[in-house]
Design a protein around this ligand. Structure first.
Ligand SMILES: NC(=O)c1ccc[n+]([C@@H]2O[C@H](COP(=O)([O-])OP(=O)(O)OC[C@H]3O[C@@H](n4cnc5c(N)ncnc54)[C@H](O)[C@@H]3O)[C@@H](O)[C@H]2O)c1
Length: 286
């Protein structure tokens, strides 16, 4: 199964970057959101990402327009009817996602694969929103943020996903130069179990006064070879996402994922990270 036409639902932080991964490989992609304005904002985010890459000498300026030309925007899911795969990246809510799948299931051709970028919801539970004819074509594709840079994509089959869907999705990820890793449909998949256990220990180091936020980040960068410190990364992903996933992991696995009071305080104060100008770090002055 070769996939030529890609749909992405949700033009936020993840959706815009996921769509960009395909456009950079000259694949036509339709990016949708609830309004045309939000979908167009997604395309603007893509342009900003490309401009930053061009400024750093990592992307040729002369290719920018061709990449952007691969992306069409829409507020009407019917425009995704003939996509070979639709990747959903809307808000992390079962109810919202389920409604999107039901609409896509009714609109899309019978061969269309529906993939979810959920961070924490069971893929098998999400698959229950589609018809029995579609259920073999439902799969999880968990991209890492920023999706246009990070190579990892976790491929998460639901209980009833068919092998052809798994293979076709894996091939597609390789075609856009990602490193697909197949993981079971367990809470947190692979990445978030590692990520959360690591950052919760980083929070404990700060709470116990062992070292500062800045020094933990230095340990990550200069001792572990990470490209950026864990607290900078948490500010990038957003505490409104980090906090509920902590809770979901704690509910599933118990004490080793006990949520951090520091993250809760930041959420309560509206300091959600880079996007609000303040998280562990202050971004308002830059
Ligand atoms: N932020 C991360 O680091 C990260 C990493 C991996 C996975 N995820 C997952 O990716 C998904 C999206 O996260 P995000 O950070 O991009 O969120 P976001 O809030 O930046 O974007 C979500 C977008 O979905 C749109 N949307 C909401 N309902 C919609 C609908 N019915 N139809 C179309 N669009 C709709 C919103 O308008 C918004 O633009 C979530 O499931 C999240 O858990 C996030």
């Amino acid at each position: 199964m070769t996939m030529k036409k890609i749909g992405v639902v949700g033009a936020g932080m993840m959706g815009a970057e996921i769509a960009l991964c395909f456009a950079k490989k000259n694949m036509p992609v339709i990016l949708s959101d609830v309004t045309q304005e939000l979908a167009a904002n997604g395309k603007k985010k893509q342009e900003d990402v490309l401009d930053r890459s061009i400024a750093k000498g990592r992307f040729p300026a002369e290719d920018k327009q061709a990449v952007l030309n691969c992306v069409a925007t829409t507020a009407d899911l019917k425009d995704l009817a003939d996509c070979d795969i639709v990747i959903e990246a809307v808000l992390e809510s079962f109810e919202i996602k389920a409604k999107v799948y039901q609409q896509l299931d009714a609109i899309c051709k019978k061969e269309t694969i529906i993939a979810s970028n959920t961070s924490s919801i069971s893929i098998t539970k999400l698959a229950s929103a589609v018809s029995k004819e579609r259920v073999g074509k439902f799969i999880g594709t968990h991209f890492n943020s920023p999706a246009s840079v990070m190579k990892l994509v976790e491929i998460i089959p639901a209980l009833l996903t068919d092998e052809e869907t798994i293979q076709a999705t894996t091939q597609l990820m390789m075609a856009i130069e990602k490193e697909p890793v197949r993981v079971k449909d367990v809470v947190g998949f692979g990445l978030n179990r590692l990520f959360h256990v690591f950052y919760l220990e980083a929070c404990r180091l700060v709470e116990e006064g062992v070292c500062t936020i800045e020094d933990v980040d230095k340990i990550c960068v200069y001792g572990l070879g990470h490209p950026l410190g864990i607290f900078k990364l948490l500010d990038h992903t957003g505490h409104d996402l980090n906090q509920p996933i902590d809770q979901i992991l704690f509910d599933a696995y118990g004490d080793r994922f006990r949520p951090s009071p520091q993250i809760q305080r930041l959420v309560d104060a509206g300091r959600l990270g880079r996007k609000t100008g303040h998280g562990f770090y202050d971004y308002s002055k830059k």
